[in-house]
Design a protein around this ligand. Structure first.
Ligand SMILES: [Zn+2]
Length: 259
């Protein structure tokens, strides 16, 4: 599915995380608004769950993992513009391989992101417990912007380091997958496995059972935006998610629940 166009699904009428319907319900963005997600589920989360998920998952995900990419792509942010940094830090090496730190205007910063890559499908699907804990950070950049900046400063190599919290990435993917499944199947249209993990009622580590690599290849998806499909084998439902497909990002598979 193409996330380029704004789309609003029918109101849910209950919190898709805790199930309560006797409280004021707020809108849920399936993909975070800050990275250009504009598919919405109205009346889909209570204030308590929305606040918890924002603090535990979305804020750390956006800030520490995609922060620079988000700035570069000039996607919307809830924070006022004046608080955005104008420069970002990276390491550059000259032709003598001497490394130094450079402060780079956001405009020239390489379009980069670091994604975990999982070597197997979710263990809840394969039955191989622990197998999907193997992951490789995957560094991506747009060659054009990299070369343009490198040429400009006379750098032969550029290194971008960023904090990566794999569990936060998995929780965010779980949240996206759960929201998307509700949008496609309806609330009550499947038996979900993720809500208690997403809202923190179960240990965060449980998410590792349900998130893994997909057999779909991101390179086959010729899009610059985000991509999600929901698949089923008749019993289980799984979402295949690729964020920033245009950067060649990996595709993830997330088990969302059962029929
Ligand atoms: Zn709730």
């Amino acid at each position: 599915m193409n996330f380029g166009k704004k789309s609003v699904f029918p109101p849910v009428g209950a919190c898709i995380y805790c199930g309560r319907s006797d409280r004021q319900l707020t809108i849920e963005h399936i993909v975070p608004e800050g990275i250009g997600g504009n598919w919405m589920l109205p009346e889909a989360s209570c204030r308590d769950c929305a606040a918890t998920i924002n603090r535990r998952i979305e804020q750390p995900f956006m800030r520490t993992i995609y922060g620079p990419l988000r700035l570069i792509l000039e996607t919307r942010s809830k924070r006022p513009k004046k608080r955005r940094p104008e420069r970002l830090t990276l390491q550059i090496s000259d032709s003598a391989r001497k490394w130094s730190t450079a402060e780079v205007p956001v405009t020239y910063y390489p379009k980069s992101a670091i994604f975990p890559r999982f070597l197997s499908r979710p263990s809840a699907i394969t039955g191989e417990v622990g197998a999907n804990l193997t992951e490789i950070p995957h560094f991506l950049y747009k060659k054009d912007s990299f070369k343009r900046y490198g040429d400009r400063v006379g750098a032969s190599q550029i290194s971008v380091s960023r904090r990566m919290n794999i569990t936060i990435v998995m929780l965010q993917l779980g949240k996206i997958a759960h929201c998307f499944a509700v949008s496609q199947l309806g609330y009550g249209g499947f038996r979900p496995v993720l809500p208690d993990i997403i809202r923190g009622a179960l240990p965060d580590a449980r998410i590792t059972e349900f998130v893994g690599g997909s057999s779909l290849r991101g390179s086959l998806i010729n899009r610059s935006d985000h991509f999600i499909v929901l698949a089923t084998n008749g019993e289980a439902f799984a979402a295949h998610i690729c964020l920033f497909a245009g950067l060649g990002a990996p595709v993830y598979e997330v088990l969302v629940g059962y029929r």
